[in-house]
Design a protein around this ligand. Sequence first.
Ligand SMILES: Cc1cc2nc3c(=O)[nH]c(=O)nc-3n(C[C@H](O)[C@H](O)[C@H](O)COP(=O)(O)OP(=O)(O)OC[C@H]3O[C@@H](n4cnc5c(N)ncnc54)[C@H](O)[C@@H]3O)c2cc1C
Length: 714
Amino acid sequence: MLSITGGGRGGLFSVHRGALWWLRRCHSPLFSSLAGGGGRGDAPHLPVLIVGAGPVGLVLSFLLTKFGIKCTVIEKNVEFTRHPRAHFINNRTMEIFRKLDGLAGDIERSQPPVDLWRKFVYCTSLSGSVLGSVDHMKQEDFDKVISPISVAHFSQYKLVDLLLKKLEGIGFRTCFPGEIGYSTQDLVLESKILMGHECTSLQQTDEGILVGVSVNNGGRIIERKLHCGLLLGTDGARSTVRELAGISMEGERGLQKLVSVHFLSRDLGRYLSSQRPGMLFFVFNPGAIGVLVAHDLENGEFVLQVPFYPPQQMFEDFSAKVCEQIIVKLVGWGPADVHVLDIKPWAMHAEVAEKYICCNNRVILSGDAAHRFPPAGGFGMNTGIQDAHNLAWKLSLLLNGVASPSILQTYESERRPVAIFNTELSVENFKAAMSIPTTLGLDPTVANSVHQVINRSLGSIIPRNVQKAVLEGLFSLGRAQVSDYILNEKNPLGSLRLARLRSILDEGKSLQLQFPAEDLGFYYEEGALVPEASCEETQEGGKLQHSKRASREYIPSAKVGSRLPHMLVRGLPASSEGVLSTLDLVSGDELEFVLIIAPAKESYEIARATLKIADELKLSAKACVMWPQGSTDAEVEESRSELAPWTNFIDVEEVPRVSGSSWWEMCRISRENVLLVRPDEHIAWRTESDRVRDAESEIRRVFSHILCLNSHRV
Ligand SMILES: Cc1cc2nc3c(=O)[nH]c(=O)nc-3n(C[C@H](O)[C@H](O)[C@H](O)COP(=O)(O)OP(=O)(O)OC[C@H]3O[C@@H](n4cnc5c(N)ncnc54)[C@H](O)[C@@H]3O)c2cc1C
C-alpha cells in the first residue's frame, strides 16, 4: 500500500505512479485480458462509455474528446426525441457553451428574438384579460456586466442538434444499429454515438465494468456486451445505470403529474407575437388551467403543461382531440391550424442521488440521472451541463495519469451540494409559481387534498369513471373562482384577489426567470481546491460577502471555489489579443490552470514556482499578469524578465468598469493576492503573496491538494 503525505517532488511522483496503476487497469484491454478473469470475454473494451445521449451525455462526450479522452456514447432510442423539455439556458451554461467551439454564438443566432420571450404573462385566456405580466430582462443583462454572455431561450432538441454538429466537427459519428459491424476491435466504437443501444445490465469486473446492451436493430433485439474502464450514467431521470448500481434517490417524489403536449400553431404564434409576446403563459379560466411554454413564437411552436390526477384521470385520457379541446379553451378562440405533434406524461420530483460515484470509482452519475428537480427556474439541464463541465477536466487529468483517482470524489463533494441547493431552490420556485393560482382562489394544495380524499374514501367502492366525474366536477367548481363573475374589479373578492396578485408580481415574489446569485454565485466549499481558512478575511478585515439567497444580485467574489469573476481586459501589447473576458484567460481547448497576479515581486516569484511545478507535473499552466489600465509597453516588459525562463504567460490590462472599481476591488481582495484558477474557471487557491515563505513547496502542496495526490491510497 502506498500512502503519501509529503509535498515534495518525490511524493508527487510516487503517487503519480498510483494514478498510472489505476489508469492501466481501466484503460488497457491488453492488461485486462492478460489479467484474465473479470468476465470480459469477447466484449470490446472502451476506456469510457457514456450511457445516454441527452444534452448532458453529449456535452460530456464533447469535452472529454476535446481533452483527448476517447469515449463512446450509447443511446437507447433509435432517433433523438423532438419533444422539447428544457428551453432556458442560464448564464453559467452559456459561458460553458462559449468554449464549446462557439456553441453559445450559434444559440444566440438561432434563438427567437429576446423581445418575444422576456416576459411571463398571467391571463384568463391567451386572448382574454391579462391579469399581469413580468419582464425578466434588465438592462444589465444586455450590458454584460456580470458575464460575457446572456441567458438564452432555445429548445432542448435544437440544442441537441447543435451539439451533434459540434461533435461531428471533432470526429464523432452517430451510428444506427444496422451500420455497426461488431468486432472486438475497440477502436471501431470510439467517438461514436450508438443509437438503439440500451444499457440493461452492469457487472463489475477486476478491470472495469461489463455492460449488457440490448440493440434494437429494426425491431429485432440483439444482446451485446461492452466492457469499459469507466461508465458515465447520463441516462436521465429514470436512470437505469443508477438503478443497476443500486444508488437510491433522496428527497420528495411525485410532487405532481403532468401531461406535456407539443403542438404547432402559426396562427397562435402570430397572434401572441403581435399582442402579448412571452415565454410562459399561465392561464386560468373556468374551462381549463394550464401553463403554455412558447418555445418559438415565430414558428408557432408550443408545449402545454396540464396537471392530471391518476387513477381517476389517466394519461391515456389525453388523446390529441382532448388536448386540442383544452388548447382551444386556453386560447379563447379556435386557431384553425393547431397540430398536436406529441403527448407525453412526466412526473415532477425533487430528489438527489445519495451518491454520484460507486463501483470503485468506475460508475459515475451526471445530469438528471443524479438529480431531478421541478422545472421551475430551469435548473435541471443547466445543473447537469455544469456537472459535465466539472467532471470532464477531472476525468481527463486522471486518465492522463496526472491526478489520483480520488479526484473523482471531488466531483461528488463539489456537485452534490449544488444539486441539493438547486433542488430546494426549484421547490421554492415551484411554490412561488403556485402563489398566483392560490391568490386567485385556486389553491393547488386543495386540489391535491380533494384528490387524496377521493382516493381514500371512494377508491375501492366506486367505479373509476364515477370517481373521475366526481373529481372533475369538484375541479370545475373550483375553477369557477376564476370566472369573469368573480374575477373583476367590481366584485369585492375579485378585486381583492387581483390586488394581491399585482403585489406578488410587483414585489418579485412570483416565479422568476433569472437567479444570478445562484447561477453565477454558487461555489464549492470542499473538493479539488485549497480551502481558505487562512484567507477568509477581506482586505478591510471584514468577512467576504457571499451571495445571499434572499437577494437576486450576484456579488463577484474571489473566494476559493467560486467561478472566476468576469471583467473585460485587454491583451498587451495592445495589438495582441483585443478585449476579452477574464474567463477567456483560461483556455477552452486544453486543460489549463491559470495564475492571476498583479505585477509585484513576490507574486512573480509564486508565478515562476507555479509554472515550474506545473511543468514537472505535466500540467498545462500559464501566468496572467493583470496590469492597471494605461500601463506602458516599457512597464509591461518587466514581466518577461521577471518570469524568465518561462514564456507561458500573458499580460493584460484592465478595461475600466462603469463602477470605476479595479479588478482587485471588484474581487474584494488586495493586489498582493494571487489566484489560481482551474480548467473549469473556478478558483482553486488564493493567497496573499507576502504570506508565502517557500513558493515552490507551497505550490507543490497546492497542486497536490487539487489533484488529490495526498489522499490516494494504493
Ligand atoms: C417541462 C420541462 C421543462 C424543463 N425546462 C428546463 C429548462 O428550461 N432549463 C433546464 O435547465 N432544464 C429544464 N428541464 C429539465 C431538463 O429537461 C433535464 O434536466 C434534461 O433533459 C436532463 O438532461 P440529461 O442529459 O441528464 O437527461 P435526458 O435529457 O433525459 O437524456 C437522457 C438520455 O438517456 C437515454 N437513456 C435512458 N436510459 C437509457 C439506457 N438504459 N440506455 C441508453 N440510453 C438511455 C434517453 O433516451 C435520453 O436520450 C425541464 C424539464 C421538463 C420536464
